[in-house]
Design a protein around this ligand. Structure first.
Ligand SMILES: Cc1cc2nc3c(=O)[nH]c(=O)nc-3n(C[C@H](O)[C@H](O)[C@H](O)COP(=O)(O)OP(=O)(O)OC[C@H]3O[C@@H](n4cnc5c(N)ncnc54)[C@H](O)[C@@H]3O)c2cc1C
Length: 595
């Protein structure tokens, strides 16, 4: 061990724990007691270490990893628990199914991320099985079995709990789905799909099978016309028409791809122009798009659907491989946690706008497992009125209102959205609308008139989508709050507390939508960017390329990435954070490398 002089030790301690030591150094100077100074320096630094708050993070997906990447306050001691010891870049999963991208190119070991941190981080490859919020404990079980096929169990205490465990696949309890369908959620799922597609082609090439059986085996059914189902259908079509038909020329004409969607259109969350274009393109490509077709049962060889357009008639379709991609559900231990805290009959954990789980202390939830319960203006209207009415006159002037407008817009983002939707410049226009033809300056409202003026603003509230963009932005936001916890405790930077005193510690989370892309195969992409800007076709592919390379290196995905290896190779050079992982990695990653 290197030996340090007294001054080296003091200066090192000062550098590490500067604020704790200022007082000690001052005492030293006055008393002249050098030994006293050193003794106190050690004590102070030990105190600083023991004061560390324990943060437990559950999950290493978009939300958990983005929290960890951005957390840099050494006052925390972090324990990350996740059954996956790597982060997976989910937008590229559909490309893994068809082999255009290798699985190992889209994952990064989390230990690699944590290694670079100044914060104390411990990682356990395990799953949380229970949260005991009352006693601040999480119960975990390792997902690696020992020689006796037993799994280690352990309990972790926390001061702060960050729940970022994503979501389950939602089968809507449809019989036979779990047993017979593939899902596309994890890297292992994508690899399994890839193997199954090839297996189907090999089986259909066996000489003993009838033509009908070959047709069945080569019928690929995709259930769910959302972005994932559409992108997978497009990737599969490209894979079949560009690669497999050359390898299996004798059976190429027997291949069929069907996309089943219960709603009236595929890509329902996109602009109508994109939906129409995608449906037409798929039909031209020979992908059978069946809308209004709800899957009610899946058996080993057949899918039963209820045809909404034909009065609910039940039909059956023979299939060889089915991929289920119909949305997300709640993990069982999250359901249990939600019932503990009185959040029953919900799909996701309800948080406030600061991502704190409602009805708990020091528990935060983000990403696909959570949803923000945006507070309504109408719930707080009396408190807003009281705060704004500074002279207690019982009426509000425009000037009084404008003084709290910034805080209102920050606390209730729906107000700003409403003003924008009505093309109004400021709140005075809104107040004027409710007061009729009077001069702005002379407007005065009582509480009932204020209620009328703001009665429609809550209609602008929207739930955030379950996307990587949202999860990643929430992780970054929360880490920044944690980094500045003490600072903002002393100098709160959030909006006024309308129902209490002072200000909120932090600004609430605000989502910034960066746009959405849907690759449709054949180098064609649909893009919907902020401001309802829509671009479809080959040109958007290039737009997507350029935006992808700019955004992906930040670990932010607004992108449904394409299947061209050429582009991916180019993109990878921009993906500073997504490197090939070292062969020496253990656990899940090693399995991926070998597969
Ligand atoms: C095929 C596909 C393509 C997609 N494409 C896009 C896209 O282009 N753009 C976009 O914005 N979004 C896309 N998404 C959605 C996006 O991937 C999700 O919204 C995002 O992953 C949510 O992040 P998360 O951190 O909440 O959950 P996840 O990323 O799912 O991470 C959850 C983490 O929790 C861990 N975990 C699970 N159970 C436990 C437990 N019991 N204890 C501890 N840890 C646990 C998991 O192992 C994982 O590490 C896509 C999704 C899929 C499946």
């Amino acid at each position: 061990m290197p030996s340090f002089t007294f001054f080296e030790r003091v200066s090192r301690a000062f550098r590490d724990h500067g604020s704790n030591l200022k007082l000690v150094l001052l005492c030293t100077t006055v008393s002249g007691g050098g030994v006293l100074a050193y003794g106190e320096a050690v004590a102070a630094s030990e105190a600083a270490v023991t004061e560390k708050k324990k943060v437990v993070v559950l999950g290493t997906g978009w939300a958990g990893t983005s929290f960890m990447r951005n957390l840099n306050n050494p006052r925390y001691e972090v324990h990350v628990v996740s059954p996956r010891n790597y982060f997976a870049f989910t937008p590229l999963l559909p490309s893994v199914t068809c082999g255009t991208v290798e699985a190992r190119s889209i994952v990064e070991p989390v230990r690699n991320i944590f290694r670079k941190k100044k914060v104390d981080v411990q990682f356990s490859e395990a799953e949380c099985v229970k949260i005991d919020a009352a006693n601040r404990k999480v119960y975990c079980r390792s997902n690696i079995s020992n020689n006796l096929n037993e799994k280690e169990e352990f309990v972790v205490d926390y001061d702060y709990l960050i729940i970022a465990v994503g979501a389950n696949v939602n089968t809507f309890n449809t019989p036979g789905v779990t047993e017979n369908c593939h899902f596309l959620k994890e890297v292992e799922d994508a690899q399994k799909i890839r193997r199954t597609v090839i297996d189907c082609f090999e089986r259909a090439s066996l000489p003993s099978l009838s033509e009908e059986e070959k047709k069945r085996i080569l019928h690929f059914a995709i259930v769910g016309g959302g972005p994932t189902g559409v992108e997978f259908a497009a990737s599969l079509h490209d894979f079949v028409t560009e690669d497999l038909v050359n390898l299996y020329p004798g059976i190429k004409d027997l291949v069929k791809i069907t996309l089943l969607e219960a709603g009236d259109h595929i890509l329902g969350m996109f602009d109508k122009r994109i939906t129409g274009f995608a449906e037409d393109k798929f039909r031209r490509d020979g992908i059978d798009v069946k809308t209004g077709s709800m899957v009610v049962k899946v058996s080993e060889k057949e899918i039963s659907t209820k045809e909404m357009k034909n009065g609910g008639e039940i039909t059956t379709i023979p299939y060889g491989m089915a991929v289920w991609s119909t949305g997300i559900g709640t993990r069982p231990f999250i359901k249990d946690f939600m019932s503990q805290i009185g959040q029953i009959n919900r799909r996701a954990i309800a948080t406030d706008e600061w991502l704190r789980v409602e009805a708990t202390n020091n528990v935060y939830a983000l990403g696909d497992c959570a949803t923000i319960n945006q507070r309504k203006v109408m719930e707080d209207i009396a408190a807003i009125f009281k705060k704004a009415d500074k002279d207690n006159s019982g009426t509000l002037t425009v000037k009084e209102f404008q003084e709290v407008l910034a805080d209102i817009c920050e606390r209730y983002p729906q107000v700003e959205l409403y003003l924008k939707s009505k093309h109004m410049n400021d709140l005075a226009d809104l107040l004027k609308e409710s007061k009729g033809d009077v001069e702005k300056e002379s407007i005065e409202l009582n509480i009932e008139e204020l209620k009328t003026a703001l009665s429609k603003v809550d209609s602008q509230m929207k739930f955030l989508p379950a996307t990587a963009q949202v999860a990643s932005q929430q992780g970054t936001y929360l880490a920044k709050c944690f980094n500045r916890m003490e600072e903002c405790e002393k100098n709160p930077e959030g909006p006024i507390r309308f129902r209490g005193e002072g200000r909120h510690r932090f600004k609430p989370f605000r989502y910034k939508h960066l746009g959405q892309f849907a690759p449709l195969g054949g180098e064609q992409t649909a893009a919907q960017l902020p401001g309802d800007w829509v671009s479809i076709g080959h040109s958007s592919q290039w737009l997507w390329y350029s935006q992808a390379s700019q955004l992906a290196h930040k670990g932010v995905s607004s992108i449904r990435l394409d299947t061209t290896l050429y582009f991916w190779e180019g993109l990878k050079s921009n993906l500073k954070e997504f490197q090939h992982f070292p062969e020496s990695c253990s656990g899940n990653i090693a399995e991926l490398v070998n597969s």
